[in-house]
Design a protein around this ligand. Structure first.
Ligand SMILES: *[C@@H]1O[C@H](CO)[C@@H](O)[C@H](O)[C@H]1NC(C)=O
Ligand SMILES: *[C@@H]1O[C@H](CO)[C@@H](O)[C@H](O)[C@H]1NC(C)=O
Ligand SMILES: *[C@@H]1O[C@H](CO)[C@@H](O)[C@H](O)[C@H]1NC(C)=O
Ligand SMILES: *[C@@H]1O[C@H](CO)[C@@H](O)[C@H](O)[C@H]1NC(C)=O
Ligand SMILES: *[C@@H]1O[C@H](CO)[C@@H](O)[C@H](O)[C@H]1NC(C)=O
Ligand SMILES: *[C@@H]1O[C@H](CO)[C@@H](O)[C@H](O)[C@H]1NC(C)=O
Ligand SMILES: [Zn+2]
Length: 594
């Protein structure tokens, strides 16, 4: 097993998803806070928008949510301990350090057949033993199932089997260290260096912090004699960073509980917390774009390059490239897309936002011109435009072997992230359309293999000029969208507000309803849905629920913590906030009716 394969695939996929969610906000807040002049000069009206008007959509506002036990001093003391107690913090630091010290890197060339290659995954056994030793109460009270040898599914059985179980998830594996960059790490990546404020190492942010946080929260609940009414499932894959092909946890859970059997799923993702002007926003991932890799190739007679045709195989693919890049996917700004709600929340809460942009956002669902204005605004910037359209990236080209021989085979590979408003088939057909145009232009044959089909169909018979072939390599449909108009969202989003406003930063937020002379400078965290571009292991649970929350509390938006990169770290307060969140969320969900 080669141990120094640079991480690819998932690597680029999920770092970009975090980066781009972040940049939607960063870019807008930048414009709002700093660059309003250029915005307002391009959009002239500056009348204030009456956002209270009934005809405008509203940011899905929620109240803080606390479980009944928040009235119980013993539970309150435990929460206080989790957030503020120095010995608890020290203990938690050592637990995270030990977790980081076990190198659970997953490599692209890991075998698909796990059972015949157990030794390759040996470090996951070490990790399992660590969990077993470190969290004895957890293991005494929950039933562990090992799925496909290294997948972990723990079931904490509730007293009422008629209630739908809650699923909390994370992944055990981490992104490998690129050996070439090892000397750029300030502290060794598997040491777990802690400097009193920050903890450094691979997996501290992605996502051993979430996984260990689950165990720590549950140990505290068990100590308080908490027994769930609703079953709670914990699920940890071991190949998330390499696409999750070996992860059978979802199927295992479906076999036990059936389709649409879960209350909700919570996983990593989203943007923990970030500034929009004076306000802070937490972005929960409630949808993910689809994923399409495809190949377009040409086969053509070769020969000596002293007697070439006017267009060689490479020249024709060059024409195809121009055709594809000049024919972009359409943009959408629909209320189906979480991005819409995120912009509505921005419009409502950013005091600096240009008034006409704000008006356009609020009118976008019933005024075509406003909709177009917003789309043009978002589409202007590469780092925001992805959220409103299918993207296309021409990433690989191979062909030609010898400078004096005509190329016989050239292949182009494209990565496309599919808009929520479209699907794999629609995106594929756009590329097929482009390819057809080139086939006609150069009088070539055209073979196609449609998504979800094994069969290769001849659309145009091959000619003496050659033949083009287009086929999918990898596909994943856009995810279902998590509803935000229900009590499940109120509990999830309300718990975020509760953790930050009442527990983590009680001095910043106004915690006194009767306080009229508002000394505190912030009154709330705005919790909004948002869009991810990549996919986590949550794709394995689509059969089980539409309620998928991709979010993890923390002081920083995760991308600034160098997840996947050099010097990955967390501010340790973030980890304690995760524990507190899980501690409270489990209890709140336990009391929910649905
Ligand atoms: C926590 O750890 C720090 C650093 O090792 C140490 O100085 C401090 O005394 C510890 N606090 C407690 C309460 O154990
Ligand atoms: C508060 O919680 C503790 C720990 O579970 C429990 O022993 C106690 O009875 C609770 N107090 C009240 C008033 O419910
Ligand atoms: C993709 O969208 C088209 C047009 O809306 C629809 O006809 C088709 O059934 C969809 N395909 C899938 C797999 O959802
Ligand atoms: C197909 O290509 C033509 C020519 O570039 C373009 O006008 C048309 O919009 C394309 N259709 C689709 C579905 O992409
Ligand atoms: C949420 O909205 C959907 C779609 O509009 C609707 O079908 C559903 O009944 C709503 N749920 C609640 C709890 O209001
Ligand atoms: C979801 O259900 C479909 C239909 O039963 C099945 O083919 C598919 O494998 C399931 N997906 C997962 C991830 O288990
Ligand atoms: Zn991750």
């Amino acid at each position: 097993m080669k141990k120094n394969t640079p991480p690819m695939g998932r690597y680029t996929l999920s770092i970009f998803s975090l980066l781009s969610i972040l940049s939607v906000l960063a870019y807008l807040s930048y414009n709002c806070a700093i660059n309003t002049s250029s915005l307002s000069s391009s959009l002239s009206t500056t009348t204030t928008v009456d956002i209270d008007s009934d005809k405008y959509p509203k940011c899905p506002e929620v109240e803080r949510f606390t479980p009944g036990s928040y009235q119980n001093q013993t539970f309150k003391d435990t929460l206080d301990k989790i957030i503020n107690d120095e010995s608890f913090r020290n203990l938690s630091v050592t637990r995270m350090q030990k977790a980081v010290q076990i190198d659970t890197s997953s490599y692209d060339d890991f075998p698909l057949d796990v059972g015949s290659n157990l030794e390759v995954f040996e470090n996951f056994n070490i990790f399992h033993n660590y969990l077993q030793n470190e969290f004895p109460l957890f293991h005494e009270n929950l039933k562990l199932h090992k799925v496909n040898h290294f997948g972990l599914v723990y079931i904490w059985e509730g007293s009422d089997p008629s209630l739908q179980p809650l699923l909390l998830m994370a992944h055990q594996d981490v992104v490998p260290i690129n050996e070439d960059s090892l000397d750029q790490w300030e502290f060794p990546p598997f040491e777990g260096h802690y400097d009193g404020k920050y903890l450094y190492g691979r997996g501290t942010g992605d996502c051993k912090n979430l996984l260990i946080g689950h165990f720590e929260a549950v140990e505290e609940l068990i100590k308080l004699n908490f027994k769930p009414t609703r079953s709670i499932i914990f699920s940890y894959g071991f190949d998330e960073e390499i696409i999750g092909l070996r992860n059978q946890n979802g199927k295992f859970i479906e076999d036990i509980f059936g389709k649409k059997s879960l209350y909700a799923v919570m996983d990593e993702g989203g943007v923990s917390l970030m500034d929009i002007g004076e306000t802070k926003m937490a972005v929960v991932g409630t949808g993910e774009k689809g994923y399409l890799d495809l190949s377009i190739s040409i086969q053509k007679k070769g020969g000596h390059s002293s007697v070439p045709q006017d267009h060689t195989a490479i020249g024709i693919i060059g024409d195809l490239i121009v055709q594809i890049e000049n024919n972009k996917f359409p943009t959408y700004f629909t209320d189906y897309n979480p991005t819409f709600h995120q912009y509505v929340c921005l419009a409502e809460n950013s005091i600096d936002i240009d008034q006409s942009l704000k008006k356009d956002i609020l009118k976008s669902q019933f005024d075509e011109i406003s909709n177009l204005n917003v789309r043009n605004f978002i589409n202007k910037d590469r780092l925001t435009s992805y959220s409103i359209k299918t993207t296309q990236a021409l990433d690989v080209i191979q062909g030609g072997v010898k400078v004096n021989a005509l190329p016989e085979f050239v292949e182009l590979k494209i990565n496309s992230r599919v808009a929520l408003e479209e699907n794999i088939t629609i995106a594929f057909k756009k590329f097929l359309n482009d390819t057809k145009i080139i086939a006609n232009k150069f009088d070539l044959g055209l073979n196609v293999q449609f998504p979800y089909n094994e069969e290769i169909i001849t659309l145009l018979p091959s000619t003496e000029n050659g033949v083009l072939t287009i086929k999918p390599i990898k596909t994943l449909e856009p995810s279902p969208i998590t509803p935000i108009n229900d009590s499940k969202w109120e509990i999830f989003a309300g718990t975020i507000r509760h953790i930050y406003e009442e527990l983590a930063y009680p001095d910043i937020y106004d915690n006194n309803d009767n306080n009229n002379d508002n000394e505190k400078n912030q009154s709330k965290i705005v919790v909004t849905p948002g869009l991810g571009t990549g996919n986590t292991d949550t794709k394995l649970y689509w059969n089980l629920t539409d309620h998928i929350y991709r979010y993890r509390p923390g002081v920083l938006p995760s991308v600034t913590a160098n997840s996947h990169g050099i010097n990955e770290y967390i501010e340790f307060d973030s980890h304690l906030q995760i524990i507190a969140f899980i501690f409270q969320y489990i209890q709140s969900v336990d009391q929910a009716n649905d």
